[in-house]
Design a protein around this ligand. Sequence first.
Ligand code: SAM
Length: 240
Amino acid sequence: MPAAERRFFTQSQGLSQDLVLSGTEHNHLANVLRLRVGDDIIIVCGDEFDYQYKITSITKSQTILSLAKKWRNEYNPKVRLTVYMGVIKHDKLALAVEKLNEIGVSRVVLFKSSRSQDLPIKLDKLQTIANQSCKQCRRSIPLRVSGVISFEELPKDAFFADEKSNTPPRFSGHPSLASAQARLISEGNLIVGPEGGFTDAEREQLRKTATPISLGRRILRSETAAIVGATLMLSKLGEI
Ligand code: SAM
């Protein structure tokens, strides 16, 4: 397996000459991938670099590494898309966070609204999923998960996924999107409702400040709407 495909994530920002891996990453390296002293691996740590390390020692509980070289990571998004998601069940959020990280979203912000479920939010676990997903998709800066904000705190300058909108799913060729489209240069916001959707009052409120978009005639689950909507916006932004 080439070094570029053996990727590991550590929490520390900025890596030093020698590095010690323990816990899950050590176990994966030593016992699952069965790497050996002298093998090269890539470490990412949430900054904009890939770090190539050589394995210098493997014990039962840790792997010791020595820095060989570093370079600027090529897979981080060049645009900044934030997806605001109404609170839904953890496993559905986990799926969305992993996929949104893969396609190049920069932030996921959770919000509560009238019909969002009152569920415990495991922000740390969601962030770990984003971090781990960097190993697969090769970005070095994971999307950041935050929240929970209120409906009133949602951004004014945004698109929102509105299943009752007639606006075509694509962002081109529709006059009402022209001005909103012009703002989609290097960043954007997408708002997706919870599984119960928005109330009529919330929809009216959103329509005053944000741009409604349809994602097609069928009603999508929240996590599907987040992934599809983000894909369309990242395409429009030139990231996909
Ligand atoms: N409860 C709503 C209903 O049955 O009419 C459906 C809500 S849907 C499961 C959850 C969220 O996904 C919506 O609030 C919306 O933001 C988004 N969504 C789902 N399908 C969509 C579509 N076809 N176009 C735009 N947004 C959609």
